[in-house]
Design a protein around this ligand. Sequence first.
Ligand code: SAM
Length: 258
Amino acid sequence: MKKENIVAKKKFGQNFLKDETVLQKIVQAMPKNDNKIVEIGPGLGDLTKFLVDVKSVEAFEVDTDLCKLLQNEFKVEIATKRLHINCGDVLRAWKSSLVDEPYDLVANLPYYIATNIILKALADPMCKNILVMVQLEVAEKFCADAGEKVFGSLGIITQSVGNAHIVVRVPPSAFEPPPKINSAVFLITKKRERPEKDFEDMLRLSFSQPRKTLMKNLSSKYEKSELLIAFEELSLIQTIRPHQVSTNDYHQLYKKII
Ligand code: SAM
């Protein structure tokens, strides 16, 4: 099938990035290192074209029509091992690591599974950096800081692992077909491992009712008297809301109440 005959499939979250300026900004924001690049959802290969110019790429694409097209389009890069395409669902291919060497994830992600993919990449010891395009609201959650309304489990997990910032906001007109939402590219630089499950469970409980106080949310599971002591030691007022507490304080609180 020719490129011009491809019709975007909604079920695979296909919105192809066509804006050259944004594509260049993604490439410029890539961390400078020797890591391999993993691209999830190369689609029509517009970003892939830029990526294989810089480094070797391991790509995962679920749509068999697009796989065939990419295999044809990138014959030379595949023959010279600059590009390897895995045809199939990336979530099925993902064991504890997605590939067996250090890699940076660089992708315009399928939005319907973007958060799941980023959380898997945060837990993947081989993944060193994450540079991805997602829905703007999702990017803002991963990059949020304590005190911001959207600060929650995703921001705390990200800050526990490293740091994150938004590289560029992207309007619907940059895509074909244009999505109904705004998008953003953001970068997570990983420095530490993803926190243990019990810590993340405590976070989930902390934000179970985001408008209620942190004390109220936590006291559904933990002894109120112990919470009062821990809050006092950390100088947290009893009426503090979950989004107002810093990542460091969540870690301190965890040590005290678990
Ligand atoms: N990278 C291309 C671009 O920027 O134009 C396409 C991005 S499009 C938003 C998302 C891509 O992810 C599509 O090519 C889609 O087929 C692919 N995709 C969706 N679900 C997937 C999955 N579970 N595993 C691998 N690829 C997937």
